[in-house]
Ligand binder design. Structure first.
Ligand SMILES: Nc1ncnc2c1ncn2[C@@H]1O[C@H](COP(=O)(O)OP(=O)(O)O)[C@@H](O)[C@H]1O
Ligand SMILES: [Mg+2]
Length: 299
């Protein structure tokens, strides 16, 4: 029997209840770990100890980060400690860090020569000339670490853009944002591809529930199975590989010619995709985790 930790803060969602059953079927004892309840103790030896909910905890055989929300500092610190101890993290800590930074992700995609919308790292209203020159309006503004569609807005004009950047400066000075070319063919719809261990295992089309341009399932968008094509498969797999993720949710935008990469998620939710595609995401994650543990033991 292996033990696995799934890092999750807050109420455990239904998809992980199914995940518990899949884990048991794969011979894994699964613990949902709230990063806020962990204490990580390090010293100048190679060892370390972890306390969980007030008691010293036995180390697991592997760890999977299922959400990056509250206490993400603890979660990342825990992952780094596991990696030091040679305990496999299904997604490596540095890949999670890259995926949780929308500009760094774009820089990595750019190096890998993968397609994505033109993107600018924005400082404040002084960035407007650069936005005007390279992207124009409408443009999409995003905070670097946002998820589930919150922190993504469209600005239709220069004036609107200026107001938002001024508001941001007044309320949260120093917050980095990106401005991105608005891909109009994708307004209100996009694709989500799930990649596990270098394979694209499912693809769904998400449609916004109102006139919103954001198609996130968590914003109430509808989902349907979408036929996997070679282009979708290749973009999904290459994007995950470029970031170094073994499990990824890759968002693709529709363009006039095909697809372009919107963003890459290191901890994709899978309630939406499991509701419309014949896929069992946590079972695939556990298969991969078992392989990683075996590879480690063989070394
Ligand atoms: N450049 C863009 N052009 C058109 N639509 C976009 C663009 N960027 C994002 N979107 C829409 O907004 C949604 C949320 O953006 P995304 O970058 O994926 O942020 P989040 O991490 O919050 O999901 C996407 O799923 C897509 O529907
Ligand atoms: Mg997204």
């Amino acid at each position: 029997m292996l033990t696995g930790w799934v890092i999750y803060s807050g109420k455990v969602p239904l998809e992980w209840e199914r995940g518990q059953q899949n884990a048991a079927a794969a011979g894994i004892e699964l613990k949902m770990i709230d990063p806020a309840l962990t204490e990580i103790c390090v010293d100048d030896s190679r060892t370390s100890s972890i306390y969980y909910d007030g008691s010293k905890a036995a180390f697991p055989d592997f760890l999977y980060l299922s959400i990056m929300k509250d206490h993400h500092y603890n979660a990342l610190a825990l992952m780094l400690e596991m990696e030091k101890l040679n305990i496999p993290c299904v997604n490596p800590q540095n890949a999670v860090l890259a995926a949780n930074d929308k500009f760094l992700s774009c820089q990595i995609l750019s190096r890998a020569k993968l397609p994505f919308p033109k993107t600018i790292l924005v400082n404040g209203e002084e960035s407007i000339p650069a936005i005007k020159d390279t992207i124009g309006f409408p443009a999409v503004l995003k905070i670097l670490t946002g998820a589930k569609g919150s922190g993504v807005i469209m600005v239709k004009t220069e004036e609107e853009c200026r107001s938002i950047l001024q508001l941001l400066h007044a309320t949260a000075p120093g917050t980095n944002m990106i401005a991105q070319e608005f891909i109009k063919e994708s307004s209100g719809k996009d694709l989500r591809v799930i990649v596990v261990d270098g394979k694209a295992i499912a693809c769904m089309c998400r449609k916004a529930h109102s006139s919103d341009f954001r198609a996130n399932f968590s914003l109430g968008g509808s989902v349907e199975d979408y036929p996997m094509t070679e282009e979708i498969k290749t973009l999904g797999i290459k994007a995950a590989e470029a970031l170094g993720l073994r499990v990824a949710g890759v968002d693709l935008l529709f363009t006039a010619k095909g697809f372009t990469i919107c963003e890459i998620n290191a901890s994709p939710g899978f309630a939406g995709i499991e509701s419309c595609c014949p896929v069992n995401v946590s079972a695939e994650i556990f298969k991969l985790a078992v392989i990683l543990v075996r590879e480690k033991k063989a070394r």
